[in-house]
Design a protein around this ligand. Sequence first.
Ligand SMILES: [Zn+2]
Length: 335
Amino acid sequence: MPFDRIGGQEKAVAILRNALRNGRLAHAYLFIGPEGVGKCLTATTLFKAMNCQSPPGPGDCCEKCPSCIKVNSSNHADFIVLEPEGETIKIDQIREMQKRLRFRPLEGGRRACILNAADCLNDAASNALLKTLEEPPQETHLFLITSRPHRLLPTILSRCQWVKFRPLSPGQIAQILQRDHSLVGEKAHFYASLAAGSVGQAVALSDRVDFEKRLDWLRFFSSLFQKSAEEIFETCERLAKEEEEIGDLLDLWKIWVRDLVVFKVRGTGATERLINHDLLSDLERDAAKVSFDRLEGIFASISGVQKSLAFNVNKQLALETLMLGIKKESSMGHR
Ligand SMILES: [Zn+2]
């Protein structure tokens, strides 16, 4: 069932499907919630259900009829999607949409306009949109999608029915990553744990932070106390040229230190709380070598470097200072 693919949003989906079954869909909805949790997918699925020619059940869609197929291939004449052009949604985009809304739906069913990132409406566009919200065209439903509702005009907020979408749990995200993004097992778990409730963010992370490289960087961290100053300088010199890589490396190290703290507090009984829980034996080994105080010190130094990097400091020098500091802190545990 297509609605089942929207993981973790049972309440929002139930509200909308009930409204559809009872013929009480609002003219304008505001979908509020973090990015990448299924707001757009829900609006699209609802539109398919409104127009499906052979629904398998009330308030559902088949994915096989001409109408469903047209939506899935972005070819449905009555399914209008607006995205910000550059930073904003502009008045010309709203006017263009309004031109299309003057006529009845072309395919004879219902029509939907999705405004993605509706908080990017500029003032002129917002005021133009108000006219549509005040005199909603027939057979038409507007979906304003946003993670930042406070940026919308109060007059717009008050004319929409609000539906809230929740951040997803790491378990729900891992399931979606496995099903729709062919990330399996530990990989899905790792990116899901880092994604702050958003599938979109998990997918972006999986593109950026290579799973195998993570192991290299964590091994480097764990063996810093054995590295010579020469090796550290060489690594820092290379890294200083790769801005994105520095950011990811420091994030990974912080997560590792965080996992070490969790492991020290909870032991092997809390593996589901660990982000790197595929590396249990490495965590166990490292946790035994280092005290809470030192972990706290290391965490603070990494955060300090992250902050200073935002101010254009000498990257190489900042990294060298950090790594030599961690080497010193962790060497003390090996005496
Ligand atoms: Zn269908």
